[in-house]
Design a protein around this ligand. Structure first.
Ligand code: PEP
Ligand code: MN
Length: 341
């Protein structure tokens, strides 16, 4: 961290500031030029609140030269994190495809979808039991019953289950879930993230609705700093001025995140685009730029889906898409995970 001091800062003021900075367990290095003075901080500055430094009387500007996240940072953990889920490995070099309905609606709908996506080569099953809906009058999810249905679908197919937690008070219900998803709307629910950090379960953390990559990494840091290092990041599009698609898929985020962090990266082309016909091309692109997993919405009857039908593939469409994804994954040297329990 570099602190640029205001013109006219006196020796006493500079010494007082250097004294104050020693509380952060870092070394200070004062550089005095003819017209300006700069303090360089050496050591771990992640615990320093940049705004509190900025608010010191003689401080003109503050610049971080090192990322404020430690646990998620590739600089300190060069090897990729590999997360094992019932024999499948996310981040281990093979591609995982998480597929299933936006919402768990009925047992029949979920199990039929689970069987179909498994047949097509999906490696995990997704399904929302607690649904974050813009309208309080829209279907809110089946709650506990939804999780029980997902478990039955897992029994039937062997596919690990991925489902979203919305509220801290429901966390006990997720004990037997394989991957807990944190949705875009909860991406900065720090109380929830900290609680997940105290669980021993993989967390699929989505990027916030207008979240920056640094905010996503800081959210991962919230989970990891509490002890849980099994975090999978998810690019699901961000809101911009463009209205032609539901969100704008930021594919550059994948290779960029790969440089910055050792955590596995998922891409969700369903929520990123909101348009079923865009899922396949975007998924192919996501594989090409290096994602470790995809999350795709599939519904046995999208036209009558209780949520997100427009961005869901039919099982037939998903099967055809999987053919192309398989070819692309092989071409990219990351074939689809074929592990079974
Ligand atoms: C979902 O995956 O069902 C979902 C609500 O996604 P997001 O949080 O990305 O909007
Ligand atoms: Mn959805």
């Amino acid at each position: 961290m570099v602190i640029i001091l205001k013109d006219g800062a006196t020796k006493t003021q500079v010494n007082d500031l250097m004294d104050w900075l020693t509380r952060f367990d870092v070394k200070t290095n004062l550089v005095e030029g003819v017209h300006s003075k700069i303090i360089g901080l050496i050591g771990d500055t992640t615990g320093i609140d940049i705004e509190s430094v900025q608010s010191q009387k003689i401080v003109e500007a503050v610049k971080r030269v090192q990322e404020p996240y430690k646990n998620a940072n590739r600089r300190f953990h060069p090897d990729n994190t590999v997360i094992e889920v019932r024999g499948r490995k996310i981040g281990g070099g093979a591609l995982n495809v998480i597929a299933g309905p936006c919402s768990v609606e009925t047992e029949e709908q979920t199990i039929k979808t689970a069987i179909a996506v498994k047949e097509a080569g999906a490696t995990m099953l997704r399904g929302g039991a607690f649904k974050p809906r813009t309208s309080p009058y829209a279907f809110q999810g089946l709650g506990k019953e939804g999780i029980d249905i997902l478990k039955k679908a897992r029994e039937e197919t062997g596919l690990p289950i991925v489902t979203e937690v919305m509220d801290l008070s429901d966390l006990d219900l997720f004990e037997d879930v394989d991957i807990i998803q944190v949705g875009a709307r909860n991406s900065q629910n720090f109380t929830l993230l900290k609680a997940l950090g105290r669980c021993d379960k993989p967390v699929l953390l989505k990027r916030g609705l207008s979240g920056t990559l640094q905010e996503l990494l800081m959210s991962a840091e919230y989970i990891m700093s509490e002890g849980n290092t099994k975090v999978i990041l998810c690019e699901r599009g961000i809101r911009t001025y463009e209205t032609a698609t539901r969100n704008v898929l930021d594919l550059a985020s994948v290779p960029l995140l790969k440089q910055k962090t050792h955590l596995p990266i998922t891409v969700d082309p369903s929520h990123a685009t909101g348009v079923a016909s865009l899922i396949e091309p975007c998924a192919l692109g996501a594989i090409a730029v290096g994602c470790d997993a995809l999350e795709i919405e599939v519904h046995i009857d999208p036209q009558h889906a209780w949520s997100d039908g427009a961005q869901s593939l039919t099982p037939e469409q998903f099967t055809a898409t999987m053919e192309k994804l398989r070819a692309m994954a092989e071409f990219c040297g990351r074939p689809i995970d074929t592990a079974e329990n």
